[in-house]
Design a protein around this ligand. Structure first.
Ligand code: SAM
Length: 282
């Protein structure tokens, strides 16, 4: 529990330094949790702290020994891009180490969710070395680098955003998997492969169901699809599998649910869920 002990010591130290600069009523409300990606910190700062944001960020940076501090904002749009404000430092590109993988990214502009860590680790043991895996929403290789690195499987990683793609290509090199991982900077709906994949990653939310027909086209008969989506709690546990099966049947496939995991709370009453589905042509 090294990390916990360290955090317990850090919090009083931050409060002690800032108590000289902030009104006393604010000290007990300072953020108690933060996300660290490489040497960049993402701090959730409420409105009332904004007049002091620079002083606060500087103290967190010094105590936690990071080069840059971002104010946490929202992740928006088709490409799931973060809108985070830089409040200390200027370099937002960093290398994050996790489970023996190096992830280089721009923490201000590319999503890297600490809550998805279990899924990234699960992927490291999911595939056999003789599989061909297609990652339809690769990002910087969040889920597919662990497969290439730790399972030794071949991976095709598709990423539409040119900026995320640049880091994906760098990460393939950084992790030494260029012999088995290839990246394409295209919209996955334009990917020409048909009936080729043993396994497909659909690490996306909100509109993932729109991409099911494309995933079926890329899949081999009997392939496994890791289908992520966001689901209102009142529709669980039937969803998201029911929608997947309905769309699969409309396209001449049967779907068998192998496993289902809740990844994280996405918003009030809505959960990010992944279902492992085996698909067969009928
Ligand atoms: C939310 S990120 C998730 C990254 C990773 N799959 C994970 O689950 O941690 C989704 C990525 O999909 C990319 N994306 C969105 N629509 C796409 C499309 N039609 N084709 C290819 N990539 C797409 C976005 O640019 C973004 O980098």
């Amino acid at each position: 529990m090294e990390g916990t002990k360290k955090t317990q010591l850090i919090k009083p130290r931050i409060r002690q330094i800032l108590s000289k600069e902030l009104p006393s009523g604010l000290i007990s409300k300072l953020p108690k949790h933060w996300v660290q990606i490489g040497d960049v910190l993402i701090l959730p700062l409420r409105e009332e702290f904004l007049p002091y944001k620079r002083e606060i960020a500087e103290v967190y940076a010094q105590v936690l020994e990071v080069k840059t501090v971002l104010r946490k904002g929202r992740i928006l749009g088709e490409l799931r891009e973060p809108h985070y404000e830089v409040i200390y430092g200027d370099d937002t590109v960093t290398v994050h180490r996790e489970n023996g993988i190096l992830y280089k990214l721009d923490a201000a502009r590319i999503m890297f969710s600490p809550a998805n860590v279990k899924e990234r680790i699960r992927m490291a043991g999911i595939a056999r070395p003789d599989e061909l895996v297609v990652d339809m929403f690769a990002g910087i290789g969040h889920l597919s680098l662990p497969i290439a690195k730790h399972c030794g499987a071949r991976v095709i990683a598709i990423e539409k955003n040119p900026y995320a793609f640049k880091f994906l290509v760098e990460n393939i090199e950084l992790n030494g998997v260029q012999d088995r991982m290839t990246a394409y900077n295209i919209d996955n709906r334009e990917f020409p492969g048909e009936g080729i994949a043993d396994r497909i990653l659909m690490g996306y939310v909100i509109r993932t169901h729109e991409f099911i027909p494309k995933a079926l086209q890329i899949a081999k008969d009997g392939a496994i699809i890791h289908y992520h989506n966001t689901v209102p709690e009142r529709l669980m546990p039937g969803e998201p599998f029911q929608t997947f099966r309905r769309i699969a049947r409309e396209h001449g496939y049967e779907a068998e649910k192998l496993n289902e995991l809740v990844i994280k709370r996405y918003s009030p009453g809505v959960w990010h869920v992944v279902v492992d589905v085996k698909v067969f042509k009928v």
